[in-house]
Write a protein that binds this ligand. Structure first.
Ligand code: 1PR
Length: 524
């Protein structure tokens, strides 16, 4: 029996699913006594350090946790569960950590995108029983803006390079913790969990020891989901956002089945976009929650869900905040939520008022779940102009001239799945959303969607240059060379595709092989 500490934020569902898939049973901590009587304790933390410590105090779990750690019984901390072991964190300087280990938690200070999101390697510093069966060159899924600085080097289990070398795992006696998420790290991550859960014993060093680790470029499979005309939830795919063919919604498969297939075929991440979410009330949209629940039982890579993340009023006049909607998705197995239409409205309000409201979905969700949990999905389309001064938007010079030979364009944001254009450009939207707390940008492009013509490199360069958070390049992938192009001609951290995978035109493995042959770092 594994005892799991759920302090009320973040996605414990995926940790539960991963542990259960290994045949273990789980008891969730409901009281201090549950911690004190635990035989093996797993503490998965996602989100913000401040809310986590605050919540542990509120639930009176700090002292029992300290007592458990002092007893040196098996403990596995994940992400914030690692950071919590230290004395304090820059993220919430007024709140102390558990103080088991001397040192503190610092924000990444590198020229690279922060959060550090994606699959990176580990450099093993001491043998451990959690390394059984690993080669040493596996990659694990990280998602964090802060990392620990341990005062005592003997507790360091692994380090990882991201701009500089940081501590990505610790071990002292039976207490282990990883900055990365084993429950989201495919087979290698499951192996770490299995080793922790096993009664065994022997501390080993993997055969291959890396002296440098590199963040992989991620390949994301995207499933646009909506009810078809019969009311069944299906994966569909549009051409420039038009998902109907001869009047009916294209049906490319069942969401749970396709997600499983992409996991097995090596997708680094899976994104579900509920494309009619803008007009539905997602808490009544149980099929979507079910899709997530079922998918997360078998798919151990990060899951993002988008569509309809905003404040609602139901038919009885009761209001639900975007935070409540997101919380339901996180509880059902999502690791990140993606905000589309609402982000545009939030940015427009921010620009009109000249200051943040403090109450927007982006701010509220990132405050509780951390910036890394908030993706902003942008649905722009090109608007051609004759000169940069023609409009009050951020305009780029383009090599792809407009219909009347225009040499400039701006990228107009749209809402409601491209149905409504707004007086806001994609570059400004990305900048505002980063300021408000978004951790990643999903950069679609209506002009390229479903065309197989390749990504809009100019758009991606304009947005990556304007923000310091990771950008997911999306729309237009048609050949393996397009992935190579997007990773060499832009700073995008990941590339998302839909149609070519759904139609089995190009397997994910072919994309990865091509990238690896062309010296682009990928996860195997
Ligand atoms: O506005 O917060 O409710 O979110 C709605 C979400 O649904 C947004 O993220 C929006 O991008 C998405 N969406 C809305 N309508 C459509 C549509 O297609 N009619 N899909 C839609 C967007 C775009 C991509 C697609 C890539 C790759 N899908 O994510 O998967 O373009 O496609 P390709 O590789 O086949 O070219 P809200």
């Amino acid at each position: 029996m594994i005892t799991l500490l759920d302090y009320g934020a973040g996605n414990v569902r995926s940790v539960i699913n991963a542990i259960e898939s290994l045949g273990e049973t789980i008891k969730i901590v409901r009281s201090a006594e549950d911690i004190l009587s635990a035989e093996k304790l797993v503490f998965p933390g996602v989100g913000a350090f401040g809310s986590m410590i605050h919540s542990l105090h509120e639930k009176e779990l700090v002292e029992p946790l300290k007592a458990y750690l002092d007893s040196n019984r098996p403990f596995l901390g994940i992400c914030l569960g690692l950071q919590a072991l230290f004395e304090h964190s820059e993220e919430a300087p007024h709140l102390g950590g558990l103080g088991l280990l001397a040192g503190s938690v610092k924000r990444f200070d590198t020229g690279l995108s922060v959060p550090h999101i994606g699959w990176n390697g580990i450099k093993v510093k001491q043998p451990s029983r959690i390394f059984g069966g690993l080669n040493g060159d596996e990659k694990f899924y990280f998602v964090h803006s802060y990392h620990v600085e341990a005062a005592d080097p003997t507790v360091v289990l692994t380090t990882t390079d991201y701009g500089y070398e940081f501590v990505s795992g610790i071990q002292t006696g039976n207490i282990m913790a990883t900055q990365f998420h084993p429950e989201k790290s495919g087979r290698a991550g499951l192996r770490i969990l299995e080793n922790f859960l096993a009664a065994a014993d022997e501390a080993v060093r993997p055969i291959r020891l890396s002296d440098r680790t590199r963040l992989a470029k991620r390949i994301i499979a995207c499933l646009d989901v909506r009810a078809n005309d019969r009311g069944d939830l299906v994966v569909t795919k549009g051409d420039q956002y038009d998902v109907r063919e001869n009047g009916t919604v294209r049906n490319l498969g069942l969401p749970v089945e396709l997600a499983r297939r992409y996991y097995q075929e090596g997708a680094d991440e899976i994104t579900f976009l509920n494309i009619t979410g803008f007009r539905d009330f997602p808490l009544e949209d149980m099929p979507m929650l079910d899709v997530l629940k079922q998918t997360s039982q078998h798919v151990f890579v990060p899951l993002t869900i988008g569509g309809g993340i905003r404040d609602y009023k139901d038919k009885d006049g009761r209001t639900y905040s975007a935070l409540e909607v997101a919380a339901e998705y996180f509880r059902s197995g999502a690791d990140k939520v993606s905000i589309g239409s609402d982000a545009v409205l939030i940015a427009e309000a921010y620009l009109a008022d000249g200051r943040p409201s403090g109450r927007s979905s982006i701010e509220e969700i990132s405050r509780v779940y951390g910036n890394q949990a908030v993706v902003v999905s942008i649905d722009p389309r090109r608007v051609y102009v004759n000169s940069p001064q023609a409009v009050g938007h951020q305009v780029i010079e383009t090599a792809i001239a407009g219909p009347a030979g225009e040499k400039y364009c701006w990228y107009q944001c749209t809402i409601k799945g491209g149905r409504q254009g707004c007086e806001l450009d994609a570059i400004t939207l990305a900048q505002v959303c980063e300021k408000l707390g978004a951790g990643e940008i999903l950069l679609n492009c209506i002009d390229r969607d479903g065309t197989n013509l390749g990504f809009d490199i100019e758009l991606i360069n304009a947005v990556t240059a304007a923000v310091s958070i990771p950008v997911i390049a999306s729309s237009g992938a048609g050949r393996v060379e397009h992935f190579q192009e997007v990773f060499t001609a832009t700073e995008a951290e990941s590339a998302l595709a839909a149609g070519i995978f759904h139609r089995r035109e190009i397997p994910i493995e072919d994309v990865k092989n091509y990238l690896a042959d062309n010296q682009v770092e990928i996860r195997r």
